[in-house]
Design a protein around this ligand. Structure first.
Ligand code: SIN
Length: 310
């Protein structure tokens, strides 16, 4: 059963790989993804300079998923830039750098610096981090998103995709798709965590993470239906050249299958990767293959996007 995929023109031997977030900050973590069955290596969202991020505790899991307010802890763009040749040649899989400058000017500077590095396969521009105090999620401001893309698209010499927050209203899907369709984007990633949720410890009558009085991004099972809806809507509304990459609530092969059925070209794993480590990529891939075999599918194109209405 063949799990190879194209994201725009980027070839992946396996459509399953990591979400930007868990376990993709240090060289050791990125090498672990490289050694695994993951189809690509995606970095933690990078600012220009190294960032420590928010105070701990800032990530908690329960049976239904996770809440985080990491605050973009990362090693800075130069670190991910310098790692590109070694990671891409050692593992022969796409190396994608996530970028989350704290201002447009910072994003411009990061993109210009990354332009110098030919071993980067693509940039995932994160327009949706909910966890930096006093910084709104860019992609909830449609005019601002247009300004950012008007500025970044012309200067970015790598293939460029954007990571979106979840949308909940049909008109917002349409409005955002109309904006995105104006640019030669390679992909959109749907979705980042559902921002500013609250998880409570009933015994202590307390929030469970320290930053922002306990408010943080929700991931895992909690968000799968919202992620599926966003993948489906953008698959239907975006021009064909823009691939949709799914992210949200993927912990087994069936979850990955559902996202591909909605139209995903590839599938990222976040909370479950944090829980299980890099072996999750092989397990989820095998489960997906078993399900495809049962259904008589040879490759992802046999069922991608073919979700039926009743
Ligand atoms: C974080 O570092 O706060 C998470 C990144 C994100 O949700 O975009």
């Amino acid at each position: 059963m063949n799990l190879s995929a194209y994201v725009n023109e980027i070839h992946l031997n396996n459509c399953i790989y990591n979400a930007s977030g868990p376990k993709c900050t240090t060289d050791k973590e990125l090498h672990a993804i490289g050694k695994s069955q993951a189809g690509a290596i995606l970095t933690k969202s990078s600012t220009f300079e190294h960032r420590i991020g928010n105070p701990e505790p800032r990530y908690i899991e329960n049976q239904l998923g996770s809440i985080n307010s990491m605050g973009l802890p990362n090693m800075g763009q130069q670190y991910y830039n310098t790692l590109a040749p070694i990671l891409s040649t050692t593992y022969q899989k796409p190396y994608i750098v996530s970028v989350a400058g704290l201002s447009l000017e910072e994003n411009i500077n990061i993109i210009k610096a990354l332009n110098q590095q030919k071993d980067i396969t693509a940039i995932e521009l994160n327009l949706s981090c909910p966890n930096v105090p006093n910084k709104p999620q860019t992609a909830y401001d449609f005019e601002r998103t247009q300004t950012v893309l008007d500025t970044i698209v012309p200067i970015c010499q790598h293939k460029l995709g954007v990571k979106l927050p979840p949308y909940f209203d049909l008109i917002h899907f349409q409005q955002m798709a109309e904006i995105l369709n104006q640019y030669p984007l390679a992909f959109v990633t749907c979705i980042n965590s559902i921002g500013n949720g609250l998880v409570i410890d009933v015994d202590k009558e307390q929030v469970v993470i320290k930053p922002k009085h306990g408010f943080g991004g929700i991931g895992g099972d909690y968000i799968k239906p919202t992620a599926l809806a966003n993948v489906r809507q953008f698959y239907l509304l975006l021009k064909r050249e823009i691939s949709v990459i799914a992210c949200g609530g993927v912990k087994n092969g069936t979850d990955a299958f559902e996202h591909i059925l909605c139209g995903a070209a590839a599938v990222q794993v976040g909370t479950q990767f944090m829980r299980e480590g890099a072996n999750c990529f092989e397990r989820i891939s095998q489960e997906l293959q078993v399900l495809m075999q049962k259904k008589g599918y040879q490759c992802l194109d046999d069922f991608r996007g073919k979700l039926q209405s009743i």
